[in-house]
Design a protein around this ligand. Structure first.
Ligand code: NAD
Ligand code: ZN
Length: 263
C-alpha cells in the first residue's frame, strides 16, 4: 500500500447519479417540466418561493432515501491513503460524508441542501426530520442548528419557513446560479492549493462549466501532476486531462483508486 501523495478530487452531480439523484442535465433533471438551471436562481425564488421550496423539499427527501455508491466509497478510501487530500464537491447532498469522508477533507463549494438560511440576515438552521416528512408539530416550529446561533427555532408558517430572528423568508443553504461562492470555503481551497502542487487531480462527474472548477484543476496539476477526468461525456477539462475515463464514476473510480493505492 503506497501513499498517494497530495490529491485534489473535484466532483459534480455525476458522482451521485448512480445513487439515483438526478443531475441537472438532460430529461432526468427536469422537475414538473421545469429546467433546474432556471429554478436554482435567486430570480426564481423571488418570483415563486413556494415552488422553489417544494422542489428543494423533494430533493432533500430523494437524498435522504439515497445511499452512497461505489464512487463515494472509493474517494473516502483514497482520503485514508493519500498524504494530503482535499475533496471539492459541487454536490449539495451528503453522500460523500455518509461514505465516510471526514468534513475537514471536504469543501462543499455550492453549499449544503440540508441547511436553510435567512434571505436577509445571517441566521442559519437545519430543518428537523419532522418538517422533512411534512408532519410539522403543532407549535409550528422546526429544529435549529445550535452551532450557528442562539438556540432559537425557524418559524414554519403555512408552507414557507421564516427566520426566527428577523422574520424574513428562509431559503435553501445552497449557492444558486449567478451567486457568489461562500468566501470561507473558497479560502479553504486556496489555502490547500497554496500549500503546494498536487501529484494527482481527479475531476469526476461534472460538466465543469464554472471557470473556478477548471482553474482549480489546472492550477493544482500545473507542476507535472496527473489530471484524470472521469465522465462519460467530453467537458472543458477533457483537453487538459492526462487521462480520460469515459465511464460512469461508480465503475471507473473504484478501479482507478485501487490502482493508485496498489500500484
Ligand atoms: P451537471 O448536472 O451539470 O452535470 C453532470 C455531469 O456528470 C455531466 O458532465 C455528465 O456527463 C456527468 N455524468 C452523468 N452521469 C455520470 C456518471 N454516472 N458518472 C460520471 N459522470 C456522470 O452537474 P455539475 O457539473 O455538478 O453542476 C451542476 C450544479 O448542480 C452544481 O452546482 C451542483 O451543485 C448542482 N447539483 C447537485 C446535485 C447533488 O448534490 N447531487 C445534483 C444535481 C445538481
Ligand atoms: Zn433573518
Amino acid at each position: 500500500m503506497t501513499d498517494a501523495g497530495r490529491v485534489l478530487v473535484i466532483t459534480g452531480a455525476g458522482v451521485s447519479a448512480e445513487s439515483g439523484i438526478p443531475t441537472f442535465r438532460g430529461e432526468d433533471g427536469y422537475w414538473r417540466n421545469l429546467d433546474p438551471a432556471k429554478l436554482a436562481t435567486p430570480e426564481a425564488f423571488a418570483r415563486d418561493p413556494k415552488l422553489v421550496w417544494e422542489w428543494y423539499r423533494e430533493r432533500r427527501q430523494c437524498i435522504r432515501n439515497a445511499q452512497p455508491n461505489a464512487a463515494h466509497a472509493a474517494i473516502a478510501k483514497l482520503a485514508q491513503r493519500a498524504g494530503d487530500l482535499l475533496l471539492v464537491t459541487q454536490n449539495v447532498d451528503d453522500l460523500h460524508a455518509r461514505a465516510g469522508l471526514p468534513k475537514e477533507k471536504m469543501v462543499q463549494i455550492h453549499g449544503d441542501i440540508f441547511l436553510s438560511r435567512c434571505s436577509r440576515c445571517d441566521w442559519r438552521a437545519e430543518l428537523c426530520d419532522a418538517e422533512e416528512r411534512g408532519t410539522r408539530n403543532n407549535s409550528g416550529l422546526a429544529g435549529a442548528r445550535p452551532s450557528t446561533g442562539p438556540n432559537e427555532h425557524e418559524i414554519q408558517q403555512t408552507d414557507l419557513p421564516y427566520c426566527a430572528r428577523c422574520h424574513a423568508l428562509m431559503r435553501p443553504g445552497v449557492v444558486w446560479f449567478g451567486e457568489q461562492l461562500p468566501w470561507d470555503e473558497v479560502r479553504r481551497v486556496e489555502d490547500y492549493l497554496g500549500r503546494g502542487a498536487c501529484d494527482l487531480v481527479i475531476v469526476a462527474g461534472t460538466t465543469a462549466t464554472f471557470g473556478y472548477i477548471i482553474d482549480w484543476a489546472l492550477r493544482a496539476s500545473t507542476d507535472g501532476g496527473q489530471l484524470i477526468e472521469v465522465n462519460p461525456d467530453e467537458t472543458p477539462v477533457s483537453t487538459f486531462a492526462t487521462q480520460r475515463i469515459h465511464e460512469p464514476a461508480a465503475i471507473a473510480l473504484p478501479r482507478l483508486i485501487d490502482q493508485i493505492c496498489n500500484p
